[in-house]
Structures are given as structure tokens and as C-alpha cells.
Design a protein. Sequence first.
Length: 254
Amino acid sequence: MTGLAHAGTYVRNVAASLARIRENVLDWEHLPALHASSFGSCELVDEDSDGWRIRLKAKGGGPAQILKLFIAADTSHYRVVTQAGPGATSEIRVDVTATGPHACHVRVEYHVPVTDPAVLAMIGQGFVAIYELLWDEDEAMMQAREAALAPRPRAPDRIDLGPENALALPLDFDLGAGRFRLIRHAGALMAHSRICPHWLGDLKGEPDGDGCLTCPWHGYRFDAATGRSADGRALRLAPAPRLTRENGSVIVCA
């Protein structure tokens, strides 16, 4: 921690609980998926009681950084140290204070091995800009995850969605204990779970050319027709509802 100068500070009130922030900080895997405009790839090197060590590449390529997380047991503070690669020895130091059940105050400082005031100012300006974007994206995910974890009443096990020619697709609906989306795929109506079984992310994108859905939070892929993992993971989408037609209407059944 010696030989570093303070380049910039980013301060923010985050509408998410301390538990969601800790979960987010420890979740290195979301970096290249949720923050695709900033990062190109991320690999876990190892983990210990302090946190993770990762190999991170910026979007557009270039040499990788080795980053090490040190997080307090109560999440009141954490540091991310660049151990190798561009910006080696730099540190991001974060203080987190819970201000409510679903609210926290976050203060982020960037310390770098630079002494030139003009260069420090430039680095600090860039740091604040990228951290505002990263926290915008993280906060949206944390809020969506909090909402997905909240208990909700069971929906009916049978729903009349209306005449097929009047359906506005894609159409989201809740059925029984699940949440689903009705789409037209390969010329036919198809329903699939819209909830990723990993972290409950919304599979809101259309199936790609391989017929797969991709979670925007971690990049996990699933075959839309079968629900099976397309990445070889031990995960599967919730079973899709049955589709029938009665008197011209589309009926979905759990």
C-alpha cells in the first residue's frame, strides 16, 4: 500500500442490500457478461478466505491483469489489488455502509503508482466514468435479483392467452410456480422458462441461431426448446408449459 497516490473517488448511494453487494463483489463470473462493454474475459485463478484472484482482460484485448480481492467478513470494506499486468500495484479501495434494508452508501477510491498530477487527474476522471457505468449495471442486477428472490403468490395452473392472431409476442406470463415467455420460433409458437436457474436472471433475449437463450448476467446458455444447458453445466430451465388451442385461443397449462 506504499508508493501509491490517490487518483480519484467515486461516491454513490446504491439501492441494494448489503447482502446483495457482498454477493455481487464475490461474483467474479459476471464481469465479462454483465459488463461486456468494459471486459472481454475473466478466469478464476484461485480463491481463499480473503476472496478471489482472477485473470481479467479488457474489452478489445491486450494483456491480462491479475486482480486479488480482499473483502472484510462484514463487507464494510474491500480492496482489489492489481498484482500483475497493466496498472500493477494499483488498488481500488471501497467502503460500504448499510443505510437501510435495501440501501447502502458506497465510497470507492483508486490509488495508483503515479506521481504526475496531470496524469493522476486524467486517470481519476476515467476511473470515475467507468465506475459509474459498472455500478449502474451492478445495481440493476442486484435490484432484479432481490425482486426475483422475493416470495410471490402462485399463479393459476391454466391460462387462456387469447386468440393466436391477436397475441403480441414475445408475451410474458406467470403460470403455477413458474415465469415463462411465449415466442414464435422456427415458425411455431413455443413457451420457455424466462428465469435462469443459476441466479434467477431474466432470459429476455430471443433464441440465437443455435436456438439458445443466453442469460445477460453470467452468459449461461440454454436450449430454448429442451431447457437443457448448452454449456455442459448441471443446470436446466424449468419445464415449459403445455400449449393447446381451444376455440381459436391459445391455452397454457402447468
